[in-house]
Design a protein around this ligand. Structure first.
Ligand SMILES: Nc1ncnc2c1ncn2[C@@H]1O[C@H](COP(=O)(O)OP(=O)(O)OP(=O)(O)O)[C@@H](O)[C@H]1O
Ligand SMILES: [Mg+2]
Length: 1107
C-alpha cells in the first residue's frame, strides 16, 4: 500500500514559486511579484529554503484547522505547500527524533503577525505532542500564559491593535518522548514609558481598560476605582475603545487564564491592586509653593487620591508625601536632602508609576515561570520561541528603537552565522567542495553598538556615570569623537570628512547604517532612559508598604541593604540579556519565520508593494536567498529525485534496478545537463542553478503529458480490445445457444408431426377393427332380438289364451252366484219384510245415541261454575237432551263447588245471596258490590287505643264497624261518624273521640230507603214515637251501602223475626223532627266529579245529584 501512496511535492500546483530560492531571475521586483501573486491566491506562506516568510492576511483563513494539522503531521518539509505548520513539524520532529534543541525565531515589524505566528507554532506543537491528563495540563498552562502576558504587555498602537510592547522568548521543554514538561519565559525591555504617556491614537496597556470595563462593582470599589476611563490621567481617551476588542470579555479570559496558570486568588488580587495603584498615581497632581529661601517647592494638590493609594498599598501617607517632595542623596555617609520642584515631582511620580508597572510585569513573568517550570530534573529537550520586536524605522527614533534595532542586528548576525554554518556543515557532510561565498556580514555594525570599549552603548554608559553635567548633547559629542571613522556611523558633526557636507542630517541626531537600512536616531532622552532613575526616597517608601507584593518589587528600598553602587543602566542590562539570548540561540537549531505586513491599514486583500519592499530590504530577505543559494540552490536526496524524474530517461523508466545515486547519474548524463550545474553529495544531489531544476520540472511536465497520452493510448487500446474480445466471445455463445435452440425447435416439430401421423394411422386402424367388431356384435344382437320377439309373441299368445280362459271361468262363477242369490231371495223374501226393518232402525238409533254420549264425554267443559262453554249439539233430534244435559252438568259442578266451602264462607255467600235477592236488578250500585267481599268490621276498634272507651261501652258482638257520612238534614252537608251494628242495636259515635252519639235499638228501625242509582245514600227510618225517633230519621252515605243494608236486614230478621222493609226509589220521604223532607235523586252532571252531591233545596226538598 505504501508504494501506492502518491508522493506530493512543494513543486506540485505551485503558485509562483513556493521557495524563493528557486526564483529566477532573482531581484527585488521578481521577489515582490512572487509574494504578491501568492498573497493574492491566499498563499501567505513562502519559503526561502527552510525559512518561512509569512504575509499577514489580516483575516482568518481556513488553513489552521485540525485537519490541516493532520495533513502536515509527520510530512517532509518540501512535501506540501509552504506552511507555518511544516516548519513547526520539522522543528518538533528533529527535536524529538534527532535530539536537537530547536529555536524558532520570529521577526518582522509591528503588526506583521509575529505573536500570531508564535501562537500558531505553540498550538501546533501542543496538538501533535503527547497526550494524557498531566501532559494536557502542562500544555494548557503554557498556552494560557499568553493571554496573561498579552493583557499586561500588549497595547493598541497605530500599527497594531494588539501590539506586543515587550520582547518574549519562551523555552518549551520536552522529555525524551517529546511530551511537554514545562517552560521558561524571558522578557525583554517592556516599553514602560507607555504607562504614563501614549502617542496619539494609541492606548495604554490592555489591562487598565480590561480592569475598568470588566471588574465587578464590588471589585472596583475594593480597588477604589471608578469605571469611567476619563477619571484617569494615564489613560488616553481618544482611542479608549477599540473596534473588535471586548475589554470586559478579555478581562474574564485573563482572570480565567491566571487561574489555569496557577495564580492564587490573593495573588491575582494583589496584582490588580498594583495596577489600580499605578492608575491612581497618575491622578496625583502638584502645585508650586514658594519657600523662604526662594526655592520652589511642590505640594500635592488634592491629597485624597494619595490617601486612597496609601490605603490600597499600606504605605504611610506621610512617608509617600515626603518622597514626592524631597530627594535624598547619600554620598560617603553623608545624606543631603533637597526639595523637589513641581517638574521634578511629576518626574518622580511618573518614574514611580513606570517602575511599579515594569517591575510588576517582570514579577508576573517570574510567577508564570514558577508555575510552568518543569517538575523534573532529567535532561530536557528545548524548543525556544522568540517573538521579538522587529526592526523599527520611524520618523523619530529614540533610545527604544536603538535598542530594538541592536537586537535585530544581533539576530541577523546569528542568522547569517547559523545559516552559513549549516550550509557549510551540509557540504562537509555531503562531501561537496566548499566554495567561498560573498555575503554581507553585519558583525561590524554589532561591534559599533556593543563593543565594550568604544561601542555606542559603552559610550552612553560612560556618559551616564561620568561626574559633572551630563546631557544628551555631551553624549552625541562623545559619539562624534569616538565613532566618527566608523563606516556605518554618520552624524552632522562627525569628523569624518565624508559627511561634512551632509546637511540632510539634523543637529541632535546620529545615523546608523544597519544591515536593513539607515536609521536616524534622536539623542534626546538617551541618557535619561539609559539611567532609568528612580529616587531612592520613593523606592524606600515602596519598600515600607505593608502590601507584600509591592514590598517585594522594591528590594533596594530596604535601608539595611543600602547599596551605593548605581544599578546597571538599561542599555547594559539589555546588552547582557541579548548576549545571553544569543548564547542560548547559538546552541540550538534555528528555524526562521519572517513576518511581513502587507499594508498599513490592518486591512485584508491589500498588498502595498512599496511597504513590502521596505520590509524585504530591512529583513534582508534577498540577502537571505543569496546566502541560501551561495553554493547550490537546490538539493534533494537521491531517492525522491530519481522517483520524480525517472520518466525522463529510458534506462530509469519505469524501474531502475541499481542504487538511486547511479540512477540519478544516468539520468543527468542522458539529459546532458552541464557538469558544473550539479554535484553529487553522499546522499543528495546538489543543483547549482534553479534554472536547471525548472528545466527538469518542465521536461517532467512534458514527459508526464506524453506519459499520460501513452497511458491513455494503451488504456484505450486495451479497452477496445477487451471490448472486442468480449463481443467475440459473446457472439459465439449467442450463436451456439441459437443453433441449439433452432435444432431443438426443428426436432420438436418433426417429432410432433410423426406423432400426429402415427396417431392418425392408429386411429384409422382402430376404427376399422371397431367397425368389424360392431358388425359382429350387431349380427349377434339381431339374432337375440329376433328370438326374444319370437318368444314374446309366443308368450303373449299363451297369456291371452289363459286370460280368456280365466275370464270365462269367473263369468261362469258370477253368473252362478247371482243365480243362486236370486234363487235364495226369491225363497226368503217373505220372512225379511216382517221384522228386519224395525230392528235395523232401533239398532241404528241406539248406535247414534251411544256415539253422542261417548263424544260428549270427551268434550266436557271445565268445572268452573262461571264457564259458559258447552259443546254444540250434533243432532237436531237430541236438542232437548242436550240442554237438559247442560243444566244438569252446571248444577252438578255448582254443587261440587259449594261442597268445598267452610261454614264461614257459606255465611258470606249466604249474605251475598241475600244481597243478590234484595238488590239485583233493583239498585244500579249492586253489580259493583258483587266482587267486594263483605268484611263488616272495617274499623278495628279493638286494636285502636283511641277507641278503647267505645269498645268498653259495647258488650255485644260487633257486626258492622265502619265510618259513614251522616248527612246533616238542615243543609245537606256531611259529618263523619262511626257506624256500629250489633245484634240488638245500631250505634253512631264520633270518629275522633269515639264517643257514642246515638243508640237505636233494632226494634225501632222500620225501614231503609235508597235510590235505584249508583250512589251510596241511604236513609234509616225509625219507629214513630220511639225514643230514638225524637231527632228524626238518619240519612247516610257509605261506600259499602249494599253490605250494610244486607247486614242490617239479616240482623233485624234474626233478632226480631220481622223482615226489614227496604225501599228502593229515587224519591222518598225522611222524617226530620216534625217535618217530612223529600230526598230526590237526580241525574247530576259530571262537573263535580264522580262523587254524588247533596243539597238542601228548600224546607221540603233535599236534592242528591248522582253523576
Ligand atoms: N496568520 C494570521 N491570520 C490571520 N490574521 C493574522 C495572522 N497573523 C496576524 N494576523 C492579524 O494581524 C494582527 C497583528 O498580528 P500580531 O499581533 O501577531 O503582530 P506582531 O507582529 O506581533 O506585532 P507587534 O510587533 O506589534 O507585537 C493580529 O491581531 C491579527 O489580527
Ligand atoms: Mg506581537
Amino acid at each position: 500500500m505504501a508504494k501506492m501512496e502518491v508522493k506530493t511535492s512543494l513543486l506540485d500546483n505551485m503558485i509562483g514559486v513556493g521557495d524563493m530560492v528557486l526564483l529566477e531571475p532573482l531581484n527585488e521586483e521578481t521577489f515582490i511579484n512572487n509574494l504578491k501573486k501568492r498573497f493574492d491566491h491566499n498563499e501567505i506562506y513562502t519559503y526561502i529554503g527552510s525559512v518561512v516568510i509569512s504575509v499577514n492576511p489580516y483575516r482568518s483563513l481556513p488553513i489552521y484547522s485540525p485537519e490541516k494539522v493532520e495533513d502536515y503531521r509527520n510530512r517532509n518539509f518540501y512535501e506540501l505547500s509552504p506552511h507555518i505548520f511544516a516548519l513547526s513539524d520539522e522543528a518538533y520532529r528533529s527535536l524529538r527524533d534527532q535530539d536537537k534543541d530547536q529555536c524558532i525565531l520570529i521577526t518582522g515589524e509591528s503588526g506583521a503577525g509575529k505573536t500570531e505566528a508564535s501562537k500558531l507554532v505553540m498550538s501546533y506543537v501542543a496538538a501533535v505532542c503527547g497526550k494524557g491528563a498531566e501532559v494536557n495540563q502542562v500544555k494548557e498552562q503554557l498556552l494560557q500564559s499568553n493571554p496573561v502576558l498579552e493583557a499586561f504587555g500588549n497595547a493598541k498602537t497605530v500599527r497594531n491593535d494588539n501590539s506586543s510592547r515587550f520582547g518574549k522568548y519562551m523555552d518549551i521543554e520536552f522529555d525524551f518522548k517529546g511530551d511537554p514538561l514545562g517552560g521558561v519565559i524571558s522578557n525583554y525591555l517592556l516599553e514602560k514609558s507607555r504607562v504614563v504617556k501614549q502617542p496619539r491614537g494609541e492606548r495604554n496597556f490592555h489591562v487598565f481598560y480590561q480592569l475598568l470595563s470588566g471588574a465587578s462593582e464590588e471589585l472596583l470599589s475594593k480597588l477604589k476605582l471608578e469605571r469611567d476611563f476619563s477619571r484617569y490621567n494615564y489613560l488616553s481617551l481618544d482611542s479608549a475603545r477599540v473596534n473588535g476588542i471586548d475589554d470586559a470579555a478579555n478581562f474574564r479570559t485573563v482572570r480565567n487564564a491566571m487561574q489555569i496558570v496557577g495564580f492564587m486568588d490573593h495573588e491575582a488580587e494583589s496584582v490588580l491592586e498594583v495596577v489600580a495603584a499605578v492608575l491612581k498615581l497618575g491622578n496625583i497632581e502638584f502645585k508650586p509653593e514658594s519657600r523662604v529661601n526662594g526655592l520652589d517647592e511642590s505640594k500635592i494638590k488634592d491629597k485624597n487620591e494619595l490617601k486612597e493609594i496609601c490605603e490600597l498599598t499600606g504605605i504611610d501617607q506621610s512617608v509617600l508625601e515626603r518622597a514626592f517632595s524631597f530627594r535624598t542623596v547619600e554620598a560617603k555617609q553623608e545624606k543631603v536632602s533637597t526639595t523637589l520642584n513641581v517638574a521634578q515631582a511629576y518626574y518622580a511620580r511618573d518614574a514611580l508609576a513606570k517602575n511599579l508597572y515594569s517591575r510588576l510585569f517582570s514579577w508576573l513573568v517570574n510567577r508564570i515561570n514558577e508555575s510552568i517550570k518543569a517538575q523534573t530534573k532529567v535532561r530536557k529537550k528545548v524548543m525556544g520561541v522568540l517573538d521579538i520586536y522587529g526592526f523599527e524605522i520611524f520618523e523619530d527614533n529614540s533610545f527604544e528603537q536603538f535598542i530594538i534595532n541592536y537586537c535585530n542586528e544581533k539576530l541577523q548576525q546569528i542568522f547569517i552565522e547559523l545559516t552559513l554554518k549549516e550550509e557549510q556543515e551540509e557540504y562537509i557532510r555531503e562531501d561537496i567542495e566548499w566554495t567561498h561565498i560573498e555575503y554581507f556580514n553585519n558583525a561590524i555594525i554589532c561591534d559599533l553598538i556593543e563593543n565594550n570599549t568604544n561601542g555606542i552603548l559603552a559610550m552612553l554608559d560612560e556618559e551616564c556615570l561620568r561626574p559633572g553635567t551630563v546631557t544628551d548633547e555631551t553624549f552625541l559629542e562623545k559619539l562624534n569623537q569616538v565613532c566618527a571613522t566608523h563606516q556605518h556611523f554618520e552624524s552632522r558633526m562627525s569628523k569624518c570628512s565624508r559627511f561634512l557636507n551632509d546637511t540632510s542630517l539634523p543637529h541632535s541626531c546620529f545615523r546608523i547604517q544597519h544591515y536593513a537600512g539607515k536609521v536616524l536616531y534622536q539623542v534626546e532622552g538617551f541618557v535619561d532612559k539609559n539611567n532609568d532613575l528612580l529616587y531612592r526616597d520613593l523606592s524606600q517608601a515602596m519598600w515600607k508598604a505593608s502590601h507584600t507584593l509591592i514590598k517585594s518589587l522594591f528590594p533596594e528600598g530596604n535601608p539595611a541593604k543600602i547599596n551605593l553602587k548605581r544599578p546597571p543602566t538599561a542599555g547594559s542590562q539589555f546588552k547582557a540579556s541579548v548576549a545571553t539570548l544569543m548564547k542560548n540561540l547559538q546552541t540550538k537549531n534555528p528555524n526562521y519565520i519572517r513576518c511581513i505586513k502587507p499594508n498599513d491599514k490592518k486591512a485584508a486583500h491589500i498588498f502595498n508593494e512599496s511597504l513590502v519592499c521596505h520590509q524585504i530590504r530591512y529583513l534582508g530577505l534577498l540577502e537571505n536567498v543569496r546566502v541560501r543559494r551561495a553554493g547550490y540552490a537546490f538539493r534533494q536526496a537521491y531517492e525522491p529525485c530519481l522517483e520524480r524524474y525517472k520518466m525522463l530517461c529510458k534506462q530509469t523508466w519505469p524501474h531502475w534496478k541499481g542504487p538511486a545515486r547511479s540512477g540519478v547519474e544516468v539520468l543527468f548524463n542522458e539529459l546532458e545537463i552541464p557538469l558544473d550545474e550539479y554535484s553529487f553529495g553522499r546522499s543528495k544531489i546538489f543543483i547549482r542553478n534553479p534554472r536547471t531544476l525548472f528545466k527538469l520540472e518542465d521536461l517532467r511536465k512534458q514527459r508526464l503529458e506524453d506519459l499520460a497520452t501513452l497511458i491513455q493510448k494503451i488504456y484505450r487500446g486495451w479497452k477496445c480490445r477487451t471490448h472486442f474480445l468480449l463481443m467475440k466471445k459473446s457472439q459465439i455463445v449467442i450463436a451456439a445457444w441459437y443453433r441449439r435452440f433452432a435444432q431443438q425447435k426443428k426436432y420438436q416439430q418433426t417429432k410432433s408431426s410423426a406423432l400426429v401421423i402415427q396417431s392418425y394411422i392408429r386411429g384409422w386402424k382402430a376404427r376399422k377393427i371397431l367397425r368389424e367388431l360392431k358388425h359382429q356384435k350387431r349380427c349377434k344382437e339381431a339374432a337375440t332380438t329376433i328370438a326374444a320377439y319370437w318368444h314374446g309373441t309366443q308368450a303373449r299368445r299363451e297369456l291371452k289364451r289363459l286370460k280368456e280362459e280365466a275370464r270365462r271361468k269367473h263369468a261362469v262363477a258370477v253368473i252362478w252366484a247371482y243365480w243362486l242369490g236370486l234363487k235364495v231371495r226369491r225363497e226368503y223374501r217373505k220372512f225379511f219384510r216382517a221384522n228386519a226393518g224395525k230392528k235395523i232402525y232401533e239398532f241404528t238409533l241406539q248406535r247414534i245415541i251411544q256415539k253422542y254420549f261417548l263424544e260428549m264425554k270427551n268434550k266436557m267443559p271445565s268445572l268452573s261454575p262461571i264457564d259458559k262453554n258447552w259443546p254444540s249439539r250434533p243432532y237436531l233430534f237430541l236438542d232437548s237432551t242436550h240442554k237438559e244435559l247442560k243444566r244438569i252438568f252446571h248444577l252438578w259442578r255448582c254443587k261440587k263447588y259449594r261442597d268445598q266451602f267452610t261454614d264461614q264462607q257459606k255465611l258470606i255467600y249466604e249474605e251475598k245471596l241475600e244481597a243478590s235477592e234484595l238488590f239485583k236488578d233493583k239498585k244500579a250500585l249492586y253489580p259493583s258490590s258483587v266482587g267486594q267481599p263483605f268484611q263488616g268490621a272495617y274499623l278495628e276498634i279493638n286494636k285502636n287505643p283511641k277507641y278503647k272507651k267505645l269498645k268498653d261501652a259495647i258488650e255485644e258482638k260487633i257486626i258492622i264497624a265502619e265510618v259513614v257520612n251522616k248527612i246533616n238534614r238542615a243543609n245537606g252537608k256531611s259529618t263523619s261518624r262511626i257506624f256500629l251494628l250489633t245484634n240488638n242495636n245500631l250505634l253512631l259515635a264520633d270518629q275522633k273521640s269515639g264517643q257514642i252519639k246515638s243508640e237505636v235499638p233494632l226494634v225501632d228501625v222500620t225501614k231503609v230507603s235508597m235510590s235505584s242509582q249508583n250512589d251510596g245514600f241511604f236513609a234509616v227510618h225509625l219507629k214513630e214515637g220511639s225514643e230514638a225517633a225524637s231527632k228524626g230519621d238518619f240519612l247516610f252515605s257509605s261506600d259499602h251501602l249494599i253490605e250494610m243494608a244486607t247486614k242490617l236486614y239479616r240482623t233485624t230478621l234474626s233478632q226480631t223475626k220481622q223482615k226489614l222493609n227496604i225501599e228502593i226509589s229515587d224519591e222518598f220521604l225522611v222524617q226530620f223532627r216534625q217535618d217530612k223532607v223529600c230526598v230526590k235523586f237526580i241525574q247530576g252532571n259530571q262537573k263535580n266529579g264522580s262523587v254524588p252531591t247533596c243539597k238542601r233545596k228548600n224546607n221540603r226538598l233535599l236534592e242528591v245529584a248522582v253523576p
